[in-house]
Ligand binder design. Structure first.
Ligand code: DAK
Length: 257
């Protein structure tokens, strides 16, 4: 795959995608977002890939949507914008994504981070929804996903003041799984991705689907969904292999079948 605004490569069963527009702090323009989706969707469909990592080049994971491009847009432009459909495509990815947040994750960058499944952040990273400072509100799920993760009061504070929080505060808020030294952020993401890549990809996919379902449905519906997914996994060879390996006191070899 040939890209100009991102870099994408694989390391065994892990795919890495790096936003690569450092002169604009990886601000998300439509061209970069299309490249990002092309790469992620290709890896999502590739059976050899078990887990993906998303990171940024330079000082930022992403400083959000491209303000220079948004400045000229009208309400009618926004109503007709293909952007929501792009974010929807991101939401439909089945494989887990580990975010390696190397620097600023602001606005759409924070929303992108929240679309990932596990987040490793550099100590120097700064996270926030600063849209209020430019006269708008989060538009890619920030008011919804942030509120579900951190609760109403904290979401109100972050979105109404636009304050950037440190990686440590983001971890305390539950937005970030762990905080490491900047030079270790990608390696820690790799370590987690490899651990996930060694599991049954079918069980991993089912678990991701169930957990995301918990964010958007009632407990009763979610429990019912989980029960069905659980039963479904008993039809897989990976379930037979996993349980057999345990009984034989050996490591399982999952094939994704
Ligand atoms: N857009 C465009 N360029 C940006 C940018 C951005 N979001 N953020 C930074 N840059 C550019 C700067 O303009 C500067 O470029 P030059 O002036 O050198 O050409 C370069 O990156 C370096 O930035 P600074 O000089 O400002 O660097 P500092 O270290 O002084 O400050 C900063 C770093 C991250 C604190 C600052 O750059 C900053 O405040 N950036 C803006 C952050 C922000 O407000 N982000 C939210 C944008 S609104 C939607 C989907 C998504 C969205 C909305 C709707 N739909 C699906 C409908 C998302 C909206 C947003 O994200």
């Amino acid at each position: 795959m040939e890209f100009t605004l991102i870099k994408a490569w694989t390391e065994d069963s892990i795919a890495l995608v790096q936003l690569h527009r450092p002169e604009a702090l990886n601000a998300l323009n439509p061209e970069m977002f299309e490249e990002l989706l092309t790469a992620l969707e290709a890896y999502d469909a590739d059976a050899a890939i078990r887990c993906m990592i998303l990171t940024g080049t330079g000082r930022a994971f992403s400083a959000g949507a491209d303000i220079k491009q948004m400045a000229g847009m009208s309400a009618v432009d926004q109503m007709a914008s293909p952007a929501p459909a792009r974010w929807e495509r991101l939401r439909r990815l089945k494989k887990p994504i580990v975010a390696a947040v190397n620097g600023f994750a602001l606005g759409g960058g924070c929303e992108l981070m929240m679309c990932c499944d596990i987040v490793v952040a550099a100590e120097t990273a700064r996270v926030g929804q600063p849209e209020i400072n430019i006269g708008i509100i989060p538009g890619a799920g920030g008011t919804q996903r942030l509120t579900r993760v951190v609760g109403k009061c904290k979401a109100m504070e972050l979105i109404l003041t636009g304050r950037q929080v440190t990686a440590a505060e983001a971890e305390a808020l539950g937005l970030v799984n762990r905080v490491v030294a900047p030079e270790l952020v990608l390696d820690e993401a790799r370590r987690i991705a490899r651990e996930i890549a060694a599991k049954s990809p079918i069980a991993v996919r089912a678990a991701k689907e169930c957990i995301l379902k918990a964010q958007e449905t009632s407990l009763a519906v979610g429990l019912d969904f989980e029960r069905r997914m659980f039963a479904l996994l008993f039809a897989t060879e990976d379930k037979v292999e996993g349980m057999q390996a345990f009984l034989e006191k050996r490591e399982p070899k999952f094939k994704g079948s």
